[in-house]
Design a protein around this ligand. Structure first.
Ligand code: FE2
Ligand code: FE2
Length: 271
C-alpha cells in the first residue's frame, strides 16, 4: 500500500538536504491535489526535530557570532543566510502541522499547509540563489539552533501551535521585513524583490494560521482574541514587541486587540 499523508509528511521532515526536501514537498503537494494520498492512514511517529544537512553548524542562540557592520557585503551575506535558515525551518514547520494534525483536520487544512510549505521552499530557493550570486551557499555560516523550540513547546496542542508559530513568529516577519526591503531598494539590490515576494506570501501564511485558529475557536466556542492572548501568555517566552506592521497584520486577520500590550506584563519574569 502506498504511504498515507502522515507517512509522506514524516518523510519530508526526515529529508535533510534542502533541495531534496523542497522536491519532496512539491511531490507530496502534487500527489495530494491529484487525490493520490490517503489522509487517514496511520503513519510513523513524528520526529521531535526535522533532519538537517551536515552544514550549517547549528549553534545555541547565545553562541552566534555578532553581526558585522551593517551595509557591508559580509553583513548582507549573513542576513540572507539567516533568512534562508528561517525559511528552511518554515518548510518543516508547515509540514509538521500536516504530519501531526492533517489526518484529523478537514482536508482543506492539509491543502493550505502543503501549499505554504511549497512557498517556504520557494523562499529558501530564492534566498539560496542570492547567496550563490554572492559567491557562497547556505551552510557557509553557522545558524541559530533555537528555531524549533516553539514547535517543541506546542507539539501536542494545535491551538497553541497556531497561536505561536504563524501568529507570533511569522507575524514578527511582517513587522521587520519592510525596513529590510527599504534598505535593499535604496541601493538597487535585487534582494529587495525577493523579500517583497516573501512579505506578500507571509501575509497569507499568517492569515491562514489566523483562519484555522478561528476555526478551532468556533468549535470550542471561545472568543478568538482572548483565547489567542491567553495561549501566547502561557506558551511564548518573550514579549510581542512593537513596532508592528499593523496594516499587514490586519490583512492577515490580526487586529490590534489581539496583540497590543501582549507579553509585556510577564516579560521581565520570563527567562
Ligand atoms: Fe517564508
Ligand atoms: Fe511563512
Amino acid at each position: 500500500m502506498a504511504d498515507g499523508l502522515a507517512a509522506r509528511a514524516v518523510g519530508v521532515l526526515l529529508t535533510a538536504e534542502p533541495a531534496a526536501k523542497a522536491a519532496a514537498v512539491r511531490r507530496l503537494l502534487d500527489d495530494w491535489q491529484a487525490g493520490l494520498v490517503d489522509r487517514q492512514q496511520p503513519g510513523p511517529p513524528v520526529p521531535g526535530r526535522p533532519a538537517r544537512p551536515a552544514r550549517p553548524r547549528l549553534l545555541p542562540p547565545a553562541a552566534m557570532p555578532r553581526r558585522s557592520r551593517a551595509g557591508s557585503p559580509r553583513a548582507r551575506f549573513a542576513l540572507l543566510h539567516a533568512l534562508a535558515h528561517i525559511e528552511l525551518n518554515a518548510i518543516d514547520l508547515a509540514v509538521d502541522l500536516v504530519a501531526r494534525w492533517g489526518p484529523a483536520m478537514p482536508p482543506a487544512f492539509t491543502t493550505d499547509w502543503l501549499r505554504i510549505a511549497d512557498e517556504e521552499a520557494l523562499h529558501f530557493t530564492l534566498l539560496s540563489g542570492l547567496l550563490a550570486e554572492a559567491g557562497g551557499c547556505y551552510g557557509d555560516l553557522p545558524a541559530h539552533d533555537g528555531l524549533w523550540d516553539a514547535a517543541t513547546a506546542t507539539a501536542h496542542d494545535l491551538e497553541a501551535r497556531l497561536a505561536i508559530v504563524p501568529q507570533v513568529l511569522e507575524a514578527r516577519g511582517l513587522d521587520v521585513t519592510p525596513a529590510m526591503i527599504a534598505r535593499f531598494s535604496a541601493t538597487g539590490d535585487p534582494a529587495a524583490a525577493v523579500l517583497a515576494r516573501i512579505l506578500a506570501d507571509e501575509i497569507g501564511h499568517v492569515g491562514t494560521g489566523n483562519r484555522w485558529f478561528r476555526h478551532l475557536c468556533s468549535e470550542s466556542m471561545s472568543e478568538p482574541a482572548a483565547r489567542f492572548r491567553m495561549l501566547v501568555e502561557r506558551h511564548f517566552r518573550g514579549a510581542v514587541k512593537p513596532p508592528f506592521n499593523d496594516s499587514a497584520r490586519r490583512k492577515a486577520g490580526l487586529t490590534m486587540d489581539w496583540y497590543a500590550g501582549l507579553g509585556t506584563a510577564g516579560a521581565a519574569s520570563k527567562p
